[in-house]
Design a protein around this ligand. Sequence first.
Ligand SMILES: Cc1cc2nc3c(=O)[nH]c(=O)nc-3n(C[C@H](O)[C@H](O)[C@H](O)COP(=O)(O)OP(=O)(O)OC[C@H]3O[C@@H](n4cnc5c(N)ncnc54)[C@H](O)[C@@H]3O)c2cc1C
Length: 306
Amino acid sequence: MLVDRGAGGSSRVAAGMVNPITGKNFEPSWRIAEFLPEALEFYAAVEKQIGRQVWYPFPVLRLAGSDKEWRKIVSKLDSPDVVPWIAGEVPAPDGWVGAVEVGGGGRLDTRTFMDGSREFFEELGCYRSGEVSLAEDSRNVIWCEGAAGLMAGRYGPHRCAKGEILTLRAAGWDETRIRIGAGGWLVPQGGGVFKAGSTYEWDELDELPTEKGRARVEEIASRLGGGVFEVIAHEAGVRPILRRSEPLIGPLDGGGWMFNALGSKGSLYAPGMAGRLARWLLDGVEPELEVDFRVFRAQTLRDESR
Ligand SMILES: Cc1cc2nc3c(=O)[nH]c(=O)nc-3n(C[C@H](O)[C@H](O)[C@H](O)COP(=O)(O)OP(=O)(O)OC[C@H]3O[C@@H](n4cnc5c(N)ncnc54)[C@H](O)[C@@H]3O)c2cc1C
C-alpha cells in the first residue's frame, strides 16, 4: 500500500532534470553510468503502463561565464569518465566565454509521473491518501518521506537544502537544450514554457517562496535565456540530503526500512535505488555497502562520538 499525505514534497516542485556532468568541477554525477540506464529503462516501462510520456531527452548546453570556469571545463574534456558524455564544443553564445554540449541528459515530468503512478496504484486498490505514523506497525513500513523524514531527526544529522524554482513563459528562447550556467539552469517544458532554478538555503527549511529567492532565479533566467519573460509560478521545496546527493536504503533499528537522501538528483537515482531495495526485501540480495544506511549510520555515530 502506498500512503501519501500529499502535502508538499520536493518531487512536485522539482525540474526533474538529469545532467550527466555537473557542478563547478564539471564532474560526472556519482555512478551515473550505472544509474542512468536503470532510470531510462524504468521510465520507459512507466510510460507504457500509464500511457503518458514522462521522460524527455535533451542535450545539455554547459556555459562558462569566466575564463577560470572555462579552463576548468576544458581541463576535464579528455578525462576518461567525462569523454563518453561530451557531444562537442559549440560556439559560445554572446556574453559567454565558452560552451560545450553534453549528451545523455533530459527531464522527467515529475508531476505526470507522480499523478500517473498514483492513478495506476489507485486502480489496483494500493493507494491511500493520509499520514503514516510511528505508531503503525513499523516492521512493515518503508519510510520514503523525503526531507520531512530527515528533518524529524530519525536518521542523524542532515544537510537538507531549500530550493526555489520559477516557471516562466518566454518567446523565442532556445527550446532544444537544457542550459546550465551562472550557477543555475533553464529547462524547456515545451510551448514556450521553461523551469529555471535554483537557490540553495540551509537555514530556513520551509516550503515558502521568498522575494530574495525569486530575484536570484530571475537573474539566472535572464542570464541563461535572455530577454523578456513572464513568471507563471514560483515554488519552493526542500531537498532531502544526508551526504551530497547520494541516496541511502536499509533497515532501521526500531523496525521498518528507510529509502531517502535522494538529494538534488531524485530523477536519476530513485529508480535504481528502488530496484536495489526491492531485491533486498524480496530476494535478500544486499546492495553495495556505500548505499546501505546501516553502514552510513554507524560511521556518523563514530564521527559524533569523537
Ligand atoms: C527547487 C528544487 C529543484 C529540484 N530540481 C531537481 C531536478 O531538476 N532534478 C532532480 O533529479 N531532482 C531535483 N530536485 C530534488 C528532488 O526534488 C528530490 O531528489 C526528490 O524529489 C526526492 O524525492 P522523495 O520521494 O525522497 O521526497 P519527496 O518528493 O519530498 O516525497 C516525500 C513524500 O512523502 C510524504 N510524506 C512525508 N512524511 C509522511 C508521512 N508521515 N505520512 C505520509 N506521507 C508522508 C510527503 O508528503 C511527500 O509526498 C529538486 C528539488 C528542489 C527543492
